[in-house]
Write a protein that binds this ligand. Structure first.
Ligand code: IPE
Ligand code: IPE
Ligand code: MG
Length: 246
């Protein structure tokens, strides 16, 4: 692990893997070639994260807004997802990786939904690392769905509106038990959140790189964690308070 401090590996790392299309276009290739290479990198980075001792890894694989892309690009991405599931299940299983998904999965084809449910079921007993794919996901939709759940509880009399607290919102998120990301990595130049985990990122450390996702390597992941380990997470307190541990 080299210069990394094993005691302070971020527990939950979230990734916005952006730049597949630009990577392909800059080589005169079709955008789908970028998605194909990007899927390979997902495979490599999942393995690397496991080796580095990351316990939870969330990857933003497809946003709600990505449904507005050309249909042939959507079809190619969905095909790659199916292939990923077919090819990776054995290795994920062998490495003790549990897979979960967050997002509006009912928008995916029934066949892909079945494949995802199958992968989740097969890996449900694993506890080495939790791998979460945000699929057909949007942070605002997640909050809308949470609000609907809360409204139903209020309507049925189980919840008093005056008693609603942050924990009630958290309990209605897609993965209520998942701790907030400690570190968010975004590849591909842009400094934005693009509707990812709006509730959960409140105090997450951000690390953004110009590297396009198909060029991202374990070395970059180590760099991101190294930068994270230099940060002082103050959560609104003063540096002196944090260093005193109060
Ligand atoms: C990220 O790469 C992958 C998905 C959004 C599915 P892009 O396809 O957004 O690549 P760029 O940003 O156009 O380069
Ligand atoms: C973010 O990338 C979503 C994923 C990586 C799945 P986008 O390419 O969709 O984001 P914008 O459009 O640049 O904000
Ligand atoms: Mg993009």
């Amino acid at each position: 692990m080299g210069r990394l401090e094993p005691a302070s590996i971020p527990r939950h790392v979230a990734i916005i893997p952006d730049g597949n299309g630009r990577w392909a276009e800059s080589r005169g290739l079709a955008r789908n070639e970028g998605h194909s290479r990007g899927t390979e990198v997902v495979r490599e980075i999942v393995r690397a994260a496991h080796e580095l001792g990351i316990k939870q890894l969330t990857i933003y694989a497809f946003s709600m807004e990505n449904w507005d892309r050309p249909q042939d690009e959507i079809d190619a991405i969905m095909g790659l997802l199916s292939r990923y599931i077919r090819h990776e299940t054995d290795e994920l299983e062998k490495n003790g990786v549990r897979v979960q998904t967050i997002g509006r999965l009912d928008m995916l084809s029934p066949k892909l939904q079945r494949a995802i449910r199958g992968l989740e079921k097969r890996t449900a007993g694993n506890d080495e690392m939790l791998l979460i794919f945000a699929l057909s996901y949007s942070g605002r939709s997640e909050l809308v769905d949470a609000m609907r759940g809360i409204a139903r509880e209020v309507e049925s009399g189980r919840l008093d509106p005056e008693a609603i607290e942050e924990k009630d919102i958290r309990e209605h998120l897609y993965a209520p038990d998942l701790p907030d990301p400690d570190l968010l990595i975004r590849t591909g130049v842009e400094h934005r959140i693009s509707n990812f985990m709006l509730w959960q990122l409140a105090y997450t450390e951000l690390w953004i790189t110009d590297a396009l996702w198909p060029d991202f390597t374990k070395r970059d992941l180590v760099d991101a964690i190294h930068a994270y380990q230099q940060r002082e997470r103050r959560f609104g307190r003063t540096g002196a308070q944090v260093r005193k541990g109060s």
